[in-house]
Design a protein. Structure first.
Lengths: 444, 444
């Protein structure tokens, strides 16, 4: 095997492409990078002798077949909903596939055929999901090998702004897909705590948070992810009393974000009347009761139960949501309008750096002694192209792709990176690139 | 035309069947009542010489065709999702159809063909929708005929327990489909007030309520219905500054119901783990934070921001939600479990009577004078079969069916009861059956 096809040269691809081109020199591989934008693909490849940039339209079935036929392993960086056609072709043409996305039901349905054809369909090998799987499985394996029994596993990830670029009252900027940030928590949350199932409806997710400290990086807060329960099976922790996965923000973010949730401003289920001609101020006012005598600010503070001089209201004001600026979006949902307003303020400056934070906190018992393990990772981006997000997504993907190319990953079918054959070599190679977890264990 | 087919002899049909059988004696009609349960159909028809009871399975296409072919007008009392096959047959076989349900998109799509075939498809002619349309259109027509200009139209309906049977702290029992009560408000609310669009997310619907008084019947509270905006077009009030439709409860209901919403106990979007073996108490506990030292009652009071001795907590306790009683439902959603618990307490006793309350409040200007019109209707049920709900659903349906039979309603296509040809005769006949609005107008 010596030919790799990378589909998609967008924001998450720079490190992936760089890594695989480096390996290509050594291993004598040919790397094709395809993107709808030939410029993007060319920028990724540069003048590397082992690289080829092409304009690639994944909806063009014949081009898809031609390019996939030429490859041994395909890496799909497409949005999750667009993987499926590629996956079908891969199974049919007997080519391995690597993606950073969650396994969809339709992809899962290809498992049997992939097994029959000896095709590896490796998914969830970016940062979250991806790096979380690798590092969690390593911790779980280490503890159970030593004879320990895990009581509680909590795992948090955050895509944040680096301390040196953190200069707004939210301590937050969009370092990744803004839409996912605006819709986070919708549908509510489930997890298990001390053997009891717990459910949090969407409108309570951002008020039931946890404070977490990382040495040298200070305090964070975590809110719960959608479904922690399914990870019991994925991680082989079927009988664990406590399993909780969450997302990290800086302190104060959740309380202020919750105001948008309480207003209904994150709703994506209906289109607002006359959204095109609405101002930011009118957008917020549409969620408040009618009272001709009061300002929108006062009504908002009263409705939300916060002070007119509070930090939370200051955070809202800083975003410009009370301004008479036109929204200018046609037939938009509240979530789309809110995202549009936020993107004016939470955008990255040209010299801003992002930061990926991951934290695992595990309680277990070993030889009658209760123990607490903390493991954390901090990755700071280099610049707006070589971001921490691109690094923590791209390197696990690249390394996994190499392991598939070299035959070290070879179990066919729909796979997650949870077996020793993947996480051991992947974690040790990631270490060389500065993606390294700091682990401490103490008796409690 | 002299043959009517009534499909469905359930809780909403007694008055409809009774009314049409009375008319049948006079007009020499034949009435066929079909239900999956032959017993129910026979109980409805009794030994009336003009009536025929049959066992009827609406999913049996051949029986459907046979029976619809025999009829001139079909009245479908089926659940909303089951009307469509009947409607298709009616259009194809050129038979008129009358229902009490909202017009679905797929039914709306039959409009053109129904018009071509000269078939009347009359919908939304029960109580709400139905009686509300009739009475609203009459008020709107009266005001505009007199030269008045409507500024604000608010309309409320409630299916409640009659004062003589009102003996629980919620002042509420299920007098109709409990599932609709549990899911009410989900998806949020939209309306227009003083020319401004207003949106309320689901988790705020039951805290933004309005108090309303009806002479001799006391105080009610109203919460907003899903979408008031669409009624601007239906009622020909395109430029009205304020339009609001709501549902009535007795005071205190909404504040206590809101506790279930805040907990997440009305969620119908996911199945709870191990619901079969869960107790009422565990059900509530699953929405509360983990704290081994505190009772579920205390955690609930704290979480919900209410006193441990408050009326609201007493209302919850009275429902038995803190009891160690098994739920016993397999793979159930929170909403299904909550409904199950409520049905043990909010059921009608054998001598209970229900009550329908409708209230319209209209502000308009006439000759430079601001005016307020209040129009209300109270209907008390006779017994658990001949309920106020069955009466206010069945009589508008029956009367409309007669008007179709006699050719007074003849405009083909998908119709709502908003034209004078329907509401004038319908309202005057309903008066004879004690369904009568009391109207007062005052200068403001």
């Amino acid at each position: 095997m010596n030919r790799i096809l990378i589909i998609g040269a967008g924001r998450s691809s720079p490190y992936l492409i760089k890594y695989l081109l480096e390996q290509a020199s050594e291993c004598d591989w040919e790397i094709t990078v395809g993107d709808l934008s030939l410029d993007l693909a060319e920028a990724g490849v540069g003048d590397h002798p082992n690289g080829r940039a092409i304009q690639f339209d994944v909806t063009d079935a014949s081009q898809r077949e031609i390019e996939i036929t030429k490859a041994d392993v395909v890496v799909s960086m497409l949005p999750p909903l667009m993987h499926f056609d590629v996956a079908m072709d891969c199974v049919r043409l007997k080519k391995h596939l690597v993606t950073a996305s969650y396994v969809s039901d339709e992809l899962e349905a290809l498992d049997e055929e992939a097994k029959k054809s000896g095709v590896v369909l490796l998914n969830e090998i970016g940062v979250d999901p991806g790096l979380d799987h690798l590092s969690c499985m390593k911790i779980i394996e280490d503890i159970s090998t030593s004879g320990g029994k895990i009581q509680s596993f909590e795992s948090f990830t955050g895509g944040l702004i680096a301390p040196e670029s953190d200069n707004n009252p939210w301590n937050y900027k969009f370092t990744w897909n803004p839409r996912n940030v605006v819709l986070a928590g919708q549908g509510g949350v489930k997890f298990i705590q001390e053997g009891m199932y717990k459910y949090i409806p969407y409108h309570k997710v951002f008020s039931r948070i946890e404070k977490l400290t990382i040495p040298e990086f200070g305090i964070f807060e975590g809110y719960a992810n959608r479904d922690s329960l399914k990870y019991r099976e994925v991680y082989g922790l079927e009988n664990i009393p406590t399993l909780y996965r969450g997302t990290l923000r800086r302190p104060g973010f959740c309380k202020a974000w919750d105001l948008f949730v309480q207003l209904g401003a994150t709703d994506d289920s209906y289109v607002m009347e006359n959204s095109e001609n609405m101002t930011h101020r009118e957008f917020i006012n549409s969620f408040l009761f009618y009272n001709a005598g009061n300002s929108v600010e006062l009504k908002a503070a009263y409705h939300l139960g916060i002070g007119i001089e509070s930090d939370e209201l200051d955070k809202l004001k800083w975003l410009g949501i009370f301004d008479d600026t036109a929204v200018g979006l046609k037939n938009a949902t509240p979530a789309q309008i809110l995202q549009h307003i936020l993107e004016k303020k939470w955008n990255l400056d040209s010299d801003d750096k992002d930061m990926i934070v991951m934290l695992h906190r595990v309680y277990y018992e070993l030889d009658g002694q209760a123990k607490e393990l903390n493991s954390h990772l901090i990755v700071i981006g280099e610049d707006p192209t070589f971001t921490a997000m691109a690094k923590t997504v791209g390197l696990p993907l690249g390394i996994a792709t190499k392991l598939v190319m070299t035959g070290e990953i070879k179990t066919p079918g729909v796979q997650l990176p949870i077996s020793k054959e993947i996480y051991d070599p992947a974690l040790s190679q990631l270490k060389e690139y500065g993606i390294n977890f700091e682990e401490t264990t103490l008796n409690v």
